[in-house]
Design a protein around this ligand. Sequence first.
Ligand SMILES: [Fe+2]
Length: 299
Amino acid sequence: MLVAGFPAGAFQANCYLLAPGPDRACVIVDPGEDAGAPLGRVVAEHGLTPAAILATHGHPDHVHAAADTARAYDVPVLIRSEDRRLLSMPWLGLNDELAAGLGDRPWPEPHTVRELGADGEPEPVLELAGLRIEALHTPGHTAGSTVFRLATGEGGQVALTGDTLLPGSAGRTDLPGGDRAALRRSLARLTATLPDGTVLLPGHGPSTTMGQEKTSNPWLAAEGRGTAELRYTGQGHPGQRYAGEPHAGEAHADNGHADNGHADNGHAGRGDTEECGGADRSGPARPPRGPAAAGERRS
Ligand SMILES: [Fe+2]
């Protein structure tokens, strides 16, 4: 299987392309801010033909370019029904401070949207671009957060976790649609069902594995212990606080990021870890990088 990816935009949200191989159809996952140009380069480099766009959730740093990309390749956007309205009204998923950073640009809904979970199949299995993709509903970061899980042709497992599960962390739950208890349940489910060897392609930061996260991610450790009383003693981030909650450390520097290479074993290639390691994330807040306005828009 071919896995390509790159961080884009002020928040360095990861955009991925998945295909059975070069010169084949592909799916695009989370085309966020400024993803259009690098997407075009990856598509051309590997001779790919986009078949669909998948959104792990509706926050604008993940779907900023969804409408333009859908139009450019004439493909549908697939997103959970709970998050669909965020495509055209992203401010509904943000607090006032973050929404103020959206600017005045229009947010047209993509010309074709398929709502996952709305047709009587709560967690559909998608047959797209020659890939079989399970769309797991993992609410918590947003109501419609989705983890896309698929098997590689080489026997591996890959899961695109969006902002539900991040390297060493998990998505924030303080924005509209967030639900901390639901996030805990979603993480518990992932912990119980994804094999340790599953390669995780998160919405921000470098790729990791389920086994790595089980041993280093305080959110998963908390789930494993079945307690909310865990006190994480590692280095925390200033800013947003989760009193009594596990706290994100710096657990992602050793893993490579998906790059524009082939992933014959299901593992994303090693990329620019300095760039990815500095990526802003939507988990427990990190100090803003870059323009102040960009930091305010973190979601
Ligand atoms: Fe998000």
